[in-house]
Design a protein around this ligand. Structure first.
Ligand code: CP
Ligand code: NVA
Length: 306
């Protein structure tokens, strides 16, 4: 069974295929609409955490491709409380063609995949956010014309979003830089994994100093300092992360035409100031729109009979 749980399950050629597919689907959508290649297919969207972009892009992605999607909120399923992920997987396998799940614990999405007979798509876990990373690669490709050799600097928390972006970067020849306080870096295990999957030309480096990190950057990227589920750590995180804020002063140290990215939702005034988020170098809202196109590529790849 094909799933979409992590970019690591895909080869660099398959990632390239998904990006090409996203570009084709976006073009078709903008010039009259997509063909109903998922007619008769259904998707359940299962959420243990809130969402705007993930829900909307997957749900409308299904609609645009001729299928149907059903959104299930945390309160109505209570996965892990009312019943196990394994039982949820067995039940949904009888109802729908695929499940997209946003889970608190990564183990839960692995359990869903293990017990389902239909494709499972990861819509964010505490470990990763591969659907976001695919979108980010698409956005960089569109804005900069290429991925290979682009210096992508991620500032802030070594979290789910940065982990998937690191892996995606290594599979597409990106020069990835992570600038984080040492306590919040991605782990040695993540860097060993990155090393083992990197294609020719891809490289990564880490910095503590944000100003050094952004020298020569093509892309500045950030995400919230406190992810969903980490709210108890907010005060400490607010003390440690302020030097990593993307603001116009930091942006001056990047290439003059560098782009600014954020997966959203943004905490304006924390990880990013409003000026660069709303300014001419920001591609943040095209990036948000690209969720729709990249998610359609995942759905078409998993569900369309080609
Ligand atoms: N970037 C992202 O996943 O947004 P949502 O949490 O709104 O889905
Ligand atoms: N790192 C954030 C991303 C939200 C899309 C979180 O997990 O809350």
């Amino acid at each position: 069974m094909k799933h979409f749980l992590t970019l690591l399950d895909y080869s660099p050629a398959e990632i390239q295929h998904l990006l090409d597919l996203a570009i084709r689907l976006k073009k078709a959508y903008k010039s009259g609409g997509n063909k109903p290649i998922l007619q008769g297919k259904t998707l359940a969207l299962l959420f243990q955490k809130p969402s705007l972009r993930t829900r909307t892009s997957f749900e409308l992605g299904m609609v645009h491709l001729g299928g149907y999607a059903l959104s299930l909120s945390p309160a109505e399923v209570k996965m892990g409380v009312r019943e196990t992920p394994a039982d949820v997987a067995r039940v949904l396998s009888g109802y729908v063609s695929a499940v997209m799940a946003r889970v608190l614990r990564h183990e839960d999405i692995l359990e869903l995949a293990e017990y389902s007979t239909i494709p499972v798509i990861n819509g964010l876990s505490d470990y990763n956010h591969p659907a976001q990373a695919l979108t980010d690669l698409l956005t960089i490709l569109e804005a900069r014309g290429r991925l290979a050799g682009q210096r992508v600097v991620y500032l802030g928390d070594g979290n789910n979003v940065s982990r998937s972006l690191l892996f995606g970067a290594m599979m597409t020849g990106v020069d990835f830089v992570l600038a984080s306080p040492s306590k919040y870096m991605l782990s040695e295990e993540d860097f060993e994994m990155a090393d083992s999957i990197k294609v020719d030309g891809a490289k990564f480096s880490t910095y503590i100093d944000p100003v050094e990190a952004v020298q020569n950057a093509d892309v500045l990227y950030t995400d919230v300092w406190t992810s969903m589920g980490q709210e108890a750590e907010t005060a400490e995180r607010l003390r440690v992360f302020p030097p990593y804020q993307i603001n116009n002063d930091l942006l001056k140290h990047a290439k003059p035409d560098a782009i600014v990215m954020h997966c959203l939702p943004a905490h304006r005034g924390e990880e990013i100031a409003s000026e660069p988020l709303d300014g001419p170098q920001s591609v943040v809202f095209s990036q948000a729109e690209n969720r729709l196109h990249a998610q359609k590529a995942i759905l078409a790849h998993l569900l369309a009979s080609e």
